[in-house]
Design a protein around this ligand. Structure first.
Ligand SMILES: Cc1ncc(COP(=O)(O)O)c(CNc2conc2O)c1O
Length: 371
């Protein structure tokens, strides 16, 4: 494996991933399968390592967003089913059949075009029909459309209907109006198809944790809380079991200096030392995902919270220190030191976004290492 000389790294706790999956498995109705959602490089945690941990802990299916993610996963895992949750180009159909990758179907003409590319395939292409019950993204939106698609797949060689699913837009919210309407439409869809396919699934993390167990159907799609994060503050207030955060972001001080009152720090000289003080420099910047809007965010050094000062640079940022520290002093940007912590949720609040986005924006320049 490649050696990294810069001390900046993300640390992924695979035991936490496994424990989160095990806790969910215990919580679900018996025989409900776990589809581990490892798309977007496992929400920035490293898809191969997370997939291995999730499978070890009881997940049976891996879900990704794109054909390229699916091929990358299949290259590391011979056995498990892989489901592409998003749209795949028709041209990918033969590769999916060969590589036993399950595709999401929701358009009749896509089926017709794909069929023409499958004539020489030994293995059938497995499909899950996507129902757009109120997410407004991809999927069929009427029972009529569903029946047509169902019939087309049934009458097409080299294709097999393996599943049917929908995705909830508001499962993580307290108000259930829209959610109930989505369930109602999905149930109507299930009622009109002649035979139930192998895997009916609808629930994401939020629905799996806080909604009627009936909605677990044959499998749930487990994403955000596999990484130890709660889908929303509402869900966080009623979690059925504790979540173990898996993501930490660490570096070290590479320079420490004392500056005088009035001395400037960073681009634009926007920060001016209010007194004589110590400044540390950390080799991480916005090209690593520590975007400039994080200016002022506190990091952990020596078990204490200290603020980033001055504008965050592309590769470095500066921190106000209470005293001198040695070069190499550990800096925790996300994670814990003793009983002090900076969480992904804290970054999300500061950046006026959701926790999902934070590990995803930590760029590939930051190596993912594993516990
Ligand atoms: C179709 C589908 N199923 C399951 C999940 C997992 O959801 P969870 O992480 O809440 O468990 C997602 C997440 N998709 C996205 C998460 O953030 N933006 C998205 O589009 C999804 O798009």
């Amino acid at each position: 494996t490649q050696q990294f000389f810069r001390p900046t790294k993300a640390i992924i706790d695979l035991q936490a991933i496994q424990q989160n999956v095990k806790n969910l498995k215990e919580f679900l109705r018996p025989n409900v399968q776990i589809i581990a959602v490892v798309k977007a490089n496992a929400y920035g945690h490293g898809d191969v390592a997370v997939a291995r941990a999730a499978l070890k802990a009881g997940a049976t299916v891996l879900a990704v967003a794109t054909p390229d993610e699916a091929l990358h996963i299949r290259a590391h895992f011979e056995e498990p089913d892989i489901l592409i949750l998003g749209a795949s180009p028709v041209s990918f159909a033969p590769y999916a059949a060969q590589q036993r990758i399950i595709l999401t179907a929701f358009a009749d003409d896509w089926i017709q075009q794909a069929a023409s590319l499958l004539v020489d395939e030994a293995l059938p292409l497995r499909l899950h029909i996507k129902i757009d019950s109120g997410m407004g993204r991809i999927g069929i939106r009427s029972e009529q459309e569903l029946l047509e698609l169902y019939q087309t797949i049934q009458s097409t060689d080299h294709m097999e209907l393996d599943g049917i699913f929908t995705h909830f837009a508001t499962a993580d919210e307290e108000d259930t109006l829209h959610f109930d309407q989505q369930v109602q439409f999905f149930e109507k869809c299930l009622a009109v198809i002649p035979n139930k396919p192998r895997l009916v699934h609808a629930s994401n993390t939020a629905a799996s944790l806080v909604k009627d167990p009936h909605l677990q159907y044959d499998a749930v799609r487990f994403g955000i809380s596999m990484y130890g994060l709660s889908p929303s503050s509402y869900v966080k207030s009623i979690l059925p079991f504790p979540l173990l955060p898996a993501f930490s972001l660490e570096s070290e001080l590479v320079h420490v200096k004392q500056i005088k009152s009035g001395d400037p720090v960073g681009y634009g000289a926007t920060y001016v030392a209010p007194t004589d003080m110590w400044i540390g420099t950390i080799p991480i910047g916005y090209a690593d995902g520590v975007i400039r809007k994080l200016g002022g965010q506190e990091v952990l050094i020596d078990g204490q919270r200290m603020p980033i000062v001055g504008r965050i640079c592309m590769d470095q940022c500066m921190v106000a220190l209470p005293k001198a520290y040695d070069i190499g002093e550990k800096v925790t940007l996300i994670g814990r030191q003793g009983n002090t912590g900076v969480s992904i949720d804290e970054w999300a609040t500061k950046l006026e976004t959701i926790n999902y986005e934070i590990p995803c924006i930590i760029t590939t320049r930051v190596p993912r290492t594993y516990l």
